[in-house]
Design a protein around this ligand. Structure first.
Ligand SMILES: [Zn+2]
Length: 316
């Protein structure tokens, strides 16, 4: 989970779902195992933590955590005795069995507030041993201990796990205005046209847009466009371009895929890059898209990233 966005609470586009979840808790029908699913980068993890905060708050205002009681203060200091966040350790991309064993121990300890909440972020990253260990907890739930699993890829979880959870699908459909207003507040030093541009190439996903805007990707975008246009027209700057792509990998790879997808869809765009790309045959564009997706999949494990990018560029 990206920590830079956790400072935001109560995402306006999930306000109704938060109310519904807290109401369920109040009338004692909140599931002991909940599986939150939905598209990537729309704020599912923040939502899960908001639900946890509201459930644990000792002086809740309507369905929002008060931010001031002992429970809220503990959460603010990351030291709540009844709240646990589980996520893959940085760079491992796996939730390990030891983490699930700690979770089981935590669930069985006496609680301070009379209830416990555990959130597993990117639950599909549990390895097989971890998933098997968790299964026992799901089969024999501890009273007043609520487990919330969050994932964009529920099909990657064993069916033995998903079948024991109640599902909540989150969506941002119909929430464009609320998302735009939230971004305006979150990145107040960015103008509306730039926010809209980043939102468009993030496919409207608020958390991804926020991450891009706070990383100041606009200058990266302009430079990448300049270098790509030059390369597509003259093929003279291969080293400079591949070096730039690799150095700005997270955003650059996203933007290249976006450009390729837009070209495949036949986008009518005046940008130089797009003019050059749409002149390629649709077969060439598809092949280029597919091989670039493969580079992205391999990029976390390969040391040959720059070499792969160069090879890909040479085929354009
Ligand atoms: Zn509180």
């Amino acid at each position: 989970m990206n920590n830079s966005v956790t400072k935001f609470e109560c995402l306006p586009w999930f306000e109704n779902q938060l109310t519904e979840m807290v109401n369920r808790y109040d009338v004692k029908i909140f599931p002991q195992s909940l599986l939150i699913t939905g598209e990537q980068d729309i704020g599912k993890s923040i939502f899960a933590n908001d639900v946890a905060k509201s459930i644990l708050c000792l002086d809740r205002k309507s369905h929002h955590a008060c931010g001031q009681c002992q429970s809220c203060l503990w959460i603010g200091k990351n030291s709540h005795p009844d709240f646990m966040n589980v996520a893959s350790e940085e760079k491992s991309n796996f939730i390990k069995v030891d983490q699930i064993r700690q979770l089981i121990q935590f669930a069985q300890m006496t609680s301070e507030t009379g209830r416990k909440v555990i959130v597993i972020h990117d639950a599909h990253e549990m390895n097989l041993n971890a998933a098997n260990a968790l299964l026992k907890t799901l089969e024999e739930p501890v009273n007043n201990c609520y487990l919330i699993l969050v994932t964009s890829y529920p099909k990657k979880l064993p069916i033995t796990i998903t079948s024991r959870c109640q599902r909540q699908l989150l969506s941002i459909v119909g929430q464009k205005e609320g998302i735009f207003n939230w971004l305006q507040r979150a990145v107040s030093d960015t103008n509306d046209a730039d926010i809209q541009q980043i939102l468009t190439l993030s496919y409207g996903r608020p958390v991804l847009s926020y991450q891009f805007l706070s990383a100041d990707v606009l200058s990266v975008m302009n430079e990448l466009e300049r270098l790509c246009s030059r390369y597509l027209q003259h093929k003279s700057n291969l080293d400079e371009l591949s070096d730039f792509i690799v150095k700005n990998w997270q955003f650059a790879s996203h933007l290249i895929l976006y450009w390729l997808m837009s070209a495949i869809k036949g986008a009518q765009n005046q940008e130089n890059v797009m003019v050059s790309l749409v002149s390629l045959s649709s077969t060439a564009l598809f092949e280029s898209y597919e091989s670039f997706v493969k580079i992205i999949e391999l990029s976390s494990t390969s040391v040959k990233q720059e070499w792969m990018v160069q090879e890909w560029l040479m085929k354009l």
